[in-house]
Design a protein around this ligand. Sequence first.
Ligand code: NAD
Length: 262
Amino acid sequence: MVKGLVDGKVVVITGAGSGVGRAACLLFAEHGAKIVAADISSEAVEVTAAEVEKAGGEAIAVLCDVVSAESVESLVKAAVAKFGRLDVMYNNAGITTRPGLSFMESSDEDMDKLAAVNIKGVIHGCQSAIRQFDAQGDGGAIVSTASVAGLIGFGGVLYGSSKGAITTLTRTLALEFASKGIRVNAVCPAAMPTNFGGAALKNSELGQKHTAALHPLGRIITPEECAAAALFLASDLASNITGVNLPVDGGMSAGKSLSASR
Ligand SMILES: NC(=O)c1ccc[n+]([C@@H]2O[C@H](COP(=O)([O-])OP(=O)(O)OC[C@H]3O[C@@H](n4cnc5c(N)ncnc54)[C@H](O)[C@@H]3O)[C@@H](O)[C@H]2O)c1
């Protein structure tokens, strides 16, 4: 396997205390990145940073609530204070709605909570990163975790709408900052067995079997596979790729096959 894809790069990863964020911290560090792991759970993010260091990598843990612009600005400042610059911002933190919440029962409070983390949180990450990239003057890379639900109709309406906002932001922001050498891309995973949404998928064998069958490749996505796609987009291998929402979905968003092979 190729190593060192992000050698020496300073990478901020939000939602680093669990699931995709944790997997990304470990994978990016394995590829030589200096990791700034951020999460709203200080305990969880400390564990992730310790895991990176134990594996021979370099990491700091930062408590950050992406809902707050000040908190995200402090996060980028912490990265620069520790490692001298910022190369990659990975906006990965995200939440879903209460389990079983129907569209018609959704309250303003439900919508505000979701939008604050999934939309505003990503915008804060982009703004703080671009401010720092501008100060450095040599470009940079932004990756966000959207979802297959931001590409096709899949799962909850509110959640899909929040992720659709990220896929649109990815395209438009990429165009706005291309001339500065700032690349903006997103990964769009299908359902993964993480702590997301009360870990419903993680804790249900039947749910995993049912979900696996929805994917043309026949199995559910792992957080490591999502992190690998983010690593590619963050790395110089993707140096001429911007404005892309990359599905990591076992072919789900490709459409429906007429063949009866599965
Ligand atoms: N798991 C899935 O089925 C799935 C599918 C598609 C997309 N996603 C997306 O993947 C991303 C990662 O989710 P995951 O599956 O690893 O979930 P997870 O719940 O395992 O991890 C999410 C992490 O984000 C942190 N977080 C939540 N709110 C935060 C905030 N305001 N500020 C900072 N950190 C915060 C949590 O503490 C947690 O550590 C999310 O954006 C999610 O929407 C997940």
